[in-house]
Design a binder for this molecule. Structure first.
Ligand code: ZN
Length: 164
């Protein structure tokens, strides 16, 4: 599989993971920058340091759910985004931004490992919210399933089939 395709897989899995990770047990999440709540699947995976910076594009510290208005119409609300990150963890916005622009390159193996890592993390979040009969969508479950076909996931195939 080529790098472009791997990155596409990674974007998809990561986006579902981030939004579900920040959702409550009923699948509801809050926009990081305006506090509006919505089902996680109606929100976007917002980036503090733009997703154009590959070093932090799939970094959990850099990403939170955002509503359409904040993410798309208001350009991601970067200032407010960073301010709120720093409120939770002083100096994190500066550290993340320094890494974002630091020029780190991902090897193909590292990208594959991230796909594997975030896919497992997504499966854990699906389990957590499904326990409450929450609003996990078919799309999210399909995303978790679809990527199981990759060779690197085969070891967990049977176990995960039972769970989701
Ligand atoms: Zn918002």
């Amino acid at each position: 599989m080529n790098r472009t395709k791997i990155k596409k897989h990674l974007d998809e899995i990561f986006s579902h993971y981030i939004r579900l990770k920040h959702a409550d047990e009923f699948g509801k999440a809050r926009c990081w920058t305006c506090d509006k709540t919505a089902p996680y699947h109606k929100l976007y995976c917002g980036h503090f340091a733009s997703r154009k910076y590959l070093p932090t594009r799939w970094d959990e510290r850099n990403c939170r759910p955002q509503c359409y208005a904040c993410n798309m119409l208001r350009g991601g609300e970067q200032w407010n985004f960073g301010k709120r990150l720093n409120k939770r963890s002083a100096g994190i916005a500066e550290r993340v931004f320094a890494e974002a622009t630091g020029g780190r390159k991902w090897t193909t193996t590292e990208l594959c490992n991230m796909v594997s890592h975030y896919r497992e993390a997504l499966v854990r979040e699906i389990r957590r919210t499904q326990r409450q009969r929450a609003g996990v969508t078919e799309t999210t479950i399909k995303v978790a399933h679809r990527h199981r076909g990759l060779a690197i996931f085969n070891q967990n195939k049977d176990r995960e089939q039972e769970v989701i």
